[in-house]
Structure formats: C-alpha cells, structure tokens
Design a protein around this ligand. Structure first.
Ligand code: SAM
Length: 292
C-alpha cells in the first residue's frame, strides 16, 4: 500500500513530479501530518454510513482519508492544475468524485439531491482556503441545505469567534449567525508546523452540528441578522448609539425605538457584546412588532 499523501515526503514527491508550486492566492497550504487527519475524522464522526462533501482537496491529503473512512466523497477544487494530480493520487478509490469548480459557484442543492440519498448522513469536511472561510460557511448555512454537520479546519482566531461567549472580545455577529443554526465547538488546535507551506498562524478544527430548529425564535430573519450586524458596528459604543444611526434618525423614530427596547427589556446603554442570542431575538421581535 502507498504512503499517506499527508506526509512531508509524499507531498514533496507529488509536487516535484508535477512541478507544482503552491498558489498563495488560493490559500494552498497542504497538510503533511497524518495524525491530524486521524483526529479530525474522529472528531467529525466520519464512518461508512456517512457521505462527505469536501471543499478544496488540494493534492488529496484529506480526500484519500475520507475515501477510506466514508461512504461517498464529493470534492470541489478550483485550481485546474490539481485535477490531473487528484486523478492519479485518488485512483485507488472508486467512491470519490472530484469536480473542478469554485465552491461558491456550485448549486449544492441540486448536486446534493442528485448525488446523495437525503436520508443518509451528510457532512462537509474541509481544510478550508482561509481567504474565504466565512463566505463559504455562511453560504452553506444560510441556504438551509440538508447537511447534518461540518468539520472544518480554519484559522484559530475565526474558530474562536464562532464559538465565543458574550462579554468576550471574540463574541460578535459571526458568533450569533453560526450558533443560531448550529451547535459549535472547537475540536482541537492545529499547529502551523503541520502544513507545507507553513501559514503564519495556528489553525483549529471547528465542529458544527446543525440544530433541528434555530436556537431562538425569530419572527423575521431578514430583520434579525442585519440588526445584529448594526449593533456591533462600533463595539465600544452603546447599543443606543449604534441603533439610532440606522433605525431612528427622527425624534418620533427614536421614541418608537426606545419603546421597542423597553418592550424587549434591554437597557439602551448596554453594549452589543453583553447581549445574548436570546436578547437579540427578543429585541428583533419587539422592533418588528413596533415597525422599527
Ligand atoms: N485539502 C488539502 C489539504 O488538506 O492538504 C488542501 C487544503 S488548502 C488549505 C485549500 C484548498 O482549497 C486548495 O487546494 C485550493 O486550491 C482550494 N480552493 C481555494 N479556493 C477554492 C474555492 N473557491 N473553491 C474550491 N476550492 C478552493
């Protein structure tokens, strides 16, 4: 049997053979430590009953491990130079399909319904290209796809924001957007030394499990999410300060906003970072009821 791709030696062999130089602009940092992948698949709970979508297979380090551990694997890679390489490195596996595409351009709803049985568990597992971590995740969550969970490697700092508690510096609109749909936890920290080339900062495995229903009851999501973003625009300022700029520029509007805050039981002098997700849900629902 062949050596794992996720080793310094085999990665170098493959890159030399194809004369491949990494594209920094595509966030190409290849994993060269197989134990990290063992732990990652364990944290994600990948088994032979699990189908997997992978984003950015690179030269196949994670993909081959998924092929061995999972049922079917569907991987999307933007860099055309990697497609012939993956053809070769993944040749031993008949349960892997690689598609040459930007993940942000893929109509995942159609792809999933054509490729997978929706009664079966479906996970997204990826060592993400860091330059588009947040857009990828928000896209996957907002589109309400039939995905049961996510195990994704990303910058440590972003994973910490997604799992933050109120009254911390890391807590913000991203925290709330993620936790609204998912239970989020950090699986483990990944040192920057296990990549080639080595990134500047450490990474973390973020585990997301989709909730059966959102964490809080929100009457209008198209009001809730912008409200949260506006509340955090200037973190050090009060809620009142941030909200009046957007929602209440006239004296009458200010009066109504004050009533909505009172209805929700939120002091206008508080800062956004002190509000729980439940506080934001109550506030949004009151504002909707008061037409703010
Ligand atoms: N999975 C490999 C590993 O763990 O060694 C490579 C991970 S590397 C951090 C990120 C990969 O995502 C690269 O192969 C890169 O070309 C690919 N990528 C970057 N942007 C992408 C996009 N928009 N859609 C799909 N793949 C993308």
């Amino acid at each position: 049997t062949q050596k794992d791709i996720a080793t310094p030696r085999r990665t170098k062999e493959i890159m030399d053979k194809y004369g491949l130089s990494v594209k920094k602009s595509l966030g190409q940092n290849f994993l060269i430590e197989p134990n990290i992948l063992t732990k990652m698949l364990e944290s994600a709970g990948v088994d032979k009953e699990t189908n997997v979508i992978e984003i950015g297979p690179g030269i196949g380090a994670l993909t081959e491990r998924l092929a061995r551990a999972a049922k079917e694997v569907l991987a999307f890679e933007i860099d055309g130079r990697l497609i012939p390489i993956l053809d070769e490195t993944l040749a031993p596996y008949n349960n892997v399909e690689v598609v040459h595409s930007d993940i942000l351009d893929v109509d995942l709803r159609t792809v999933i319904s054509e490729k997978f049985n929706i009664d079966e568990r479906l996970l997204v597992v990826a060592n993400l290209p860091y330059y588009i971590t947040t857009p990828i995740i928000m896209n996957l969550l907002e589109s309400q796809l039939p995905i049961d969970g996510f195990a994704m490697m990303m910058q440590k700092e972003v994973a910490q924001r997604m799992t933050a508690e109120p009254n911390t510096k890391a807590y913000g609109s991203l925290t709330i957007a993620i936790q609204y749909w998912c239970e989020a936890r950090i699986g483990f920290i990944v040192p920057k030394t296990v990549f080639n080339p080595q990134p500047r900062i450490d990474s973390a495995i973020l585990i997301l499990e989709r909730r059966e229903k959102p964490l809080v009851d929100v009457t209008d999501e198209s009001h809730f999410f912008p409200l949260i973003r506006h509340s955090f625009v200037q973190r050090r300022k009060t809620l009142w300060n941030n909200l009046t700029k957007v929602y209440a520029t006239t004296p009458e509007a200010k009066k109504t906003l004050r009533e909505a805050l009172e209805d929700a039981g939120i002091e206008p002098s508080r800062r956004a970072e002190s509000l729980s997700i439940d506080d934001f849900a109550r506030l949004s629902n009151s504002m909707v009821a008061f037409n703010v």
